[in-house]
Each structure stands twice: as C-alpha cells, then as structure tokens.
Design a protein around this ligand. Structure first.
Ligand code: NAD
Length: 317
C-alpha cells in the first residue's frame, strides 16, 4: 500500500513499514494517517517534499524477502517518482538495496544510508534551546536539569549535546546497559522508568515511546518544557490543551524530530552534509516562531504547528 497525501512542495517522501496488521483496512488507514503526518512534517522542516508512506503487510511466513522488496520497488517505480521510499519500522537498509535495484526512487540504501539518529538528536537539541530561550528567557543551558526518558540512539546523542552545554541529566531506560553508558559518559542520574515523570526539572525530553503524555502523567510533571524526539507523544489532542493550561511549553514532536527527514531528503538531492546540519539547526528557529505565535494567540503550539503546515500545504501562507 502506498499512500500519497500531498505533493505540492515536491515528491512525497516517507518510509516503508513492514509490520503485521489485523486487516487490510487497518493497514490502509495507517498508511493514510502516516502520509498526512509526513506532509505536515516536511512542510515545517522546509524540505522540498510532500508526504507519503508505504505499508507492506507482514505475512506470517516470509519465503523470499528479496523478491518481496523487488516487487515493492516495481510498484514504487510505476509511480514515476511521485513517491520516494525509505526505511521505517520493520525495514532495513538491505531491503532498500533490493528496492534500489529496480527503481531510483529510494533514499537511504546500504550504500548511502546513514543513521539518522545523530541528526535527529541535533534537531531536538536545537529545539530544546529555542524552548529554553522562550520559556526561561536564557540562551544558556548551563546548570539546567533535563530529564530524558529513553536513552537509545537519539536519547544518548541528545544527552551528549546537553552534557556538553553544561546541563545536568536525569535519565530513565528499562535497558540497564543504556543507562550505564550515560552514567559513565555524562554523570547522569538514573531513575526507575516510571519515576521520570516526577522529576523536578527544567525540561523533560521523551525519547522512548509514544503516547506518554496523558491524563495520568501530565499532572505529575514538574517541568516547564516538554521537548523530545519520540513520535506521537500526546496520547490525544486534549493533552496538548492540558500542557498549555498547566503552563508547560510543548515542542510539537513532528517538528522537533524532523532532523532524520531533513537528512533523508537532502541526501536524496545530493546536498552536502553542512546543509543537512544547517537546516536541522534551523528547526530551533521554526519552533521559536511557533512558540511566539502560541503565546500571542494563547493556543497550544501543536495547534499552531498544524495550522502553519496547512497554510503551507494548501497555499494560504
Ligand atoms: P531506540 O530504540 O534506539 O531508543 C528508544 C529507547 O527507549 C530504548 O533504549 C528503550 O529501551 C527505551 N525505552 C523503552 N521503553 C521505555 C520506557 N518506558 N521508559 C524509558 N525508556 C524506554 O529508538 P530511537 O531511534 O532512539 O528513537 C527514539 C524515539 O524517537 C522513537 O519514538 C522514535 O520513533 C523517535 N524518532 C526517532 C528518529 C531517529 O532518527 N532515530 C527520528 C524521529 C523520531
């Protein structure tokens, strides 16, 4: 299933998921929802891409994985470049190599694919700086206490940026090997996974799971900023209002975590790495503008972000 949501800004770009679904309808709905999300993300990341997503329903038994991805590649190729595919949940760079054997419309293969996590982390760091500037009125992170939930690929790299900027870290992750390397490298304080919500801190950075900002967790937060990499952090739209009402500045997840998309898009256009880093740092400026507008209009930042994306996508902005 390939869903193309909007190609006003350029060819649709979005990863290919290879996971199980309970029905064809569930898979189609997922592809459409994710494609729409990619349009919004690309619009605010200022990359020349539209939003698209592919879903391959994972069969119980995979007989010939290479043949599966070559067939998928032929489908991508039939679209003549309107959709560019990439890695997502369940797919690997090796799978994209198979796709690349039959179509040029793929970004991030075994040859050119780089881990997007460090770039994603750079964007989150830049967004966090913008949030601190807006909410705390300072350009320095020196001495601030930041709680990171999940110190995997992105969380660890974010911890490094924050440590280098003089922040104090409190972290959680159910994987002890991951917390240990942050303890060793950055003198991070480690707490049990559930205790991360109760930490008195300046900023909370969710970098593990989605859906963690909900009616149970938000009342426990003792921070003034939520800014992290995890996708779909708000359990539902009402949680954005709850954060705003509590005076907590929320950096919309799909804006702050767009560094990976910027990398995949710009590499596909053969842009130099310096350009990737420059555009990723600029996510902080985009967020700064969203925060200002949020304050002026007294509306949650994610509502402003959605509206801004729609203005770009549907031509009123
Ligand atoms: P990852 O799998 O490397 O790291 C996730 C970490 O979260 C793991 O260490 C895991 O043990 C931990 N975790 C799981 N449950 C937890 C819990 N209850 N409390 C605390 N930690 C928990 O993944 P990643 O690539 O670092 O991505 C992190 C998040 O950012 C994901 O939501 C991902 O979708 C999102 N994201 C990542 C990228 C990227 O470039 N990697 C880009 C955009 C968005």
């Amino acid at each position: 299933i390939i869903a193309i949501h909007n190609t006003r800004l350029g060819p649709a770009l979005g990863g290919c998921r290879f996971i199980e679904y309970i029905s064809d309808d569930a898979a189609i709905t997922d592809a459409i929802r994710l494609a729409r999300g990619m349009s919004y993300k690309a619009a605010l990341a200022n990359v020349p891409q539209g939003g698209g997503k592919a879903v391959i329903i994972r069969p119980p038994l995979i007989r010939d994985r290479g043949a599966l991805y070559r067939a998928f590649g032929r489908f991508v190729n039939d679209l003549g470049g309107r959709y560019i595919t990439a890695v997502d949940s369940g797919t690997s760079l090796a799978d994209m190599d198979e796709v690349a054997g039959v179509t040029p419309h793929v970004s991030g293969t075994g040859q050119d694919g780089a881990d997007p996590s460090p770039v994603t982390a750079l964007g989150v760091f830049s967004g966090l700086q913008a949030a601190v500037r807006h909410q705390l009125g300072t350009d320095s992170l020196q001495g601030l206490r930041v709680a990171i939930q999940g110190v995997g690929n992105v969380g660890y790299s974010l911890a490094r940026h924050l440590h280098d900027a003089g922040a104090r870290l409190v972290i959680s992750d159910p994987d002890p090997s991951r917390t240990r390397r942050c303890q060793d490298a950055f003198q991070a304080e480690v707490v049990e996974p559930d205790a991360i919500y109760d930490q008195a801190c300046d900023a909370f950075a969710p970098c593990g799971l989605g859906g963690i900002l909900n009616g149970q967790t938000i009342p426990r937060l003792q921070c003034r900023i939520v800014a992290g990499a995890a996708n779909n952090q708000l359990a539902d739209d009402a949680q954005g209002d709850a954060l705003h009402g509590a005076g907590i500045l929320y950096a919309p997840d799909y804006v702050i975590n767009a560094g990976g998309l910027i990398q995949v898009s710009l590499r596909h256009h053969r842009a130099p790495e310096t350009e990737v880093l420059h555009r990723t740092r600029a996510l902080g400026d985009t967020l700064g503008e969203l925060f200002e507008r949020s304050r002026r209009e007294d509306r949650p930042p994610e509502q402003i972000a959605n509206q801004r994306a729609e203005e770009i996508l549907y031509g009123q902005g």
